[in-house]
Design a binder for this molecule. Structure first.
Ligand SMILES: [Zn+2]
Length: 491
């Protein structure tokens, strides 16, 4: 065991220490890519632009808003709405200066601005032109241009610079439209990397025990609760949102300003509403935890408050072959390791409410094999849930020996797990990764005669349309584990 891992193990509770294997191999966390990050090419759209004296900008905005609707006029928040002629990308400057009264506007030290009106699909040309003509002070000649712009926001400052040169002035709002924001991933990865090796090793040990006991395939799962002290950036981002919510007309000064002061739409959150709500309830919960656990040792308070802590909430091995009578050659899918672990968390939550557990056997065969079967499972099952006040697995962390199957991936997502780390990738059957499914990796197994595989990966760790996203990593071990599975198995 290396020094840093030994130090981590020292901070664990006695049960966790007792369960850990003697050897904890090292490895690296590799963030999972999202489906959008892997597949989305550069999506473009056509927008109308016009030019008007600075004093008319408000009138021009009103026209766009009236015709395209509030949403239509605001759905390109990554584009600077007004820019000076000098700030046009070179190819547009060359084109526009020669159109209409362009020369006089560009040459003079004019107070004219170029203004993005909105997507072409939202703005009927004739209606737009007519309405602009009526804007007070816009002059006799109304000019309308059509330009191509990126549909989605840039995911880095470098990309924003490139697009500003190629398309139109683009603002990087420190958000990633294609996945979790890199800084969010980085922040959590720093915390997770500290002890991921420990929990992966425990998941792998559980996998081996499950196989040895004859109850399932060598697949294991560990769920932990991580408490990170004093995470206060949620307040900051709320303040930024409020500041961004104010809207007003674009002025020459604003057109001169740097990134971040644009009035177009400043929704710079990098997640959905649920994420910020999650962060809020999470910080409230952490407050409860630190108050209840540090009271008896007030002399240690300062120290423990500033330290991150982790506690095991559930551990489970695969049990698909346990009393599997009616499930044929795939075994019992309800007894996959991830589902059993989540179900044990649920039982702990029920227990904490002091509700009598139902001992009644309703069916002859209980398909949810979610009572502890291994000694290790029982040990963890008997400890109470560290913070039994959130929704199921909200903000908990799941470690798996293998990439979970599609069914388990959806179960994990529905349980509102916060983070997931898995050991071996399952390129034919896994549901978490977004890469296209492998083909021709079955080797000589002969089960499928080489016909399986292919198709798109599901990337279920981060699909915003499913209303929940979690951060996911693959664990790249420094030395290979001894848990190969037949690639056709659904972990
Ligand atoms: Zn599964």
């Amino acid at each position: 065991m290396s020094g840093s891992i030994e130090a981590v193990v020292e901070t664990l509770d006695p049960i966790a220490k007792r369960l850990l294997p003697p050897e904890i191999p090292k490895g690296t966390l590799v963030p999972l890519k999202t489906v959008l990050e892997l597949r989305e090419g550069l999506a473009l759209c056509q927008v109308y632009v016009t030019r008007a004296p600075q004093k008319c900008t408000f009138g021009v905005f009103e026209v766009a808003k009236r015709i395209a609707g509030n949403d239509g006029a605001r759905n390109l928040p990554h584009l600077r709405r007004c820019i000076k002629p000098a700030d046009l990308p070179p190819h547009l400057k060359t084109a526009f200066v020669n159109e209409g009264n362009g020369r006089s506007i560009h040459m003079a030290k004019s107070q004219w601005l170029y203004i993005v009106l909105g997507p072409k699909t939202e703005l009927p040309y004739e209606e737009l032109e007519k309405a602009l003509r009526a804007v007070d002070g816009i002059g006799e000649e109304v000019w309308l241009g059509e330009i191509t712009v990126p549909l989605l926001a840039p995911s880095s400052q470098a990309q924003a610079h490139m697009w500003s040169h190629e398309f139109w002035q683009t603002i990087y709002r420190k958000s990633n439209p294609l996945g979790p924001h890199p800084s969010t991933v980085q922040r959590m990865e720093t915390a997770v990397a500290r002890d991921a090796a420990v929990w992966i090793a425990l998941a792998q040990q559980t996998a081996k025990k499950a196989q040895k006991a004859g109850m399932g395939e060598p697949i294991g799962a560990v769920i932990i609760k991580r408490t990170i002290p004093r995470r206060s950036d949620s307040g900051k981002s709320n303040a930024a949102k409020q500041a961004g919510a104010k809207k007003g007309a674009c002025t020459q000064k604003e057109a001169d300003d740097d990134e971040g002061s644009d009035d177009w739409n400043a929704d710079n959150s990098d997640g959905d509403g649920m994420t910020s709500f999650a962060e809020l309830t999470n910080s409230m919960k952490q407050l409860d935890v630190s108050q209840s656990t540090t009271q008896p040792q007030s002399n240690l308070k300062a120290k423990s408050d500033s330290k991150e802590t982790t506690q095991i909430v559930a551990i489970a091995g695969d049990a698909r072959w346990h009393k599997h009578g009616c499930f044929g050659d795939t075994g019992n899918p309800m007894a996959h390791a991830a589902l059993r672990a989540i179900s044990m968390v649920a039982q702990k939550l029920v227990r904490s409410e002091n509700r009598p557990e139902s001992e009644e056997q309703i069916m002859e065969f209980e398909c949810f094999q979610d009572k502890p079967l291994l000694n290790d499972e029982q040990l963890v099952f008997d400890i109470d849930h560290p913070s039994p006040d959130g929704y199921l697995c909200h903000d908990l962390e799941l470690y798996l020996s293998h990439e979970p199957c599609t069914m388990c991936s959806m179960g994990i997502l529905h349980s509102r797990m916060g983070r997931v780390v898995f050991g071996r990738r399952m390129p034919l059957t896994g549901g978490m990764t977004s890469e296209d499914r492998a083909s021709g990796i079955c080797g000589d197994s002969g089960i499928c005669e080489g016909s399986c595989g292919g198709g798109q990966g599901l990337g279920l760790h981060y699909r915003k349309e499913l209303n929940w996203t979690l951060l996911g990593w693959e664990w790249e071990a420094d030395s290979p584990d001894s848990l190969p599975l037949d690639p056709h198995i659904h972990a």
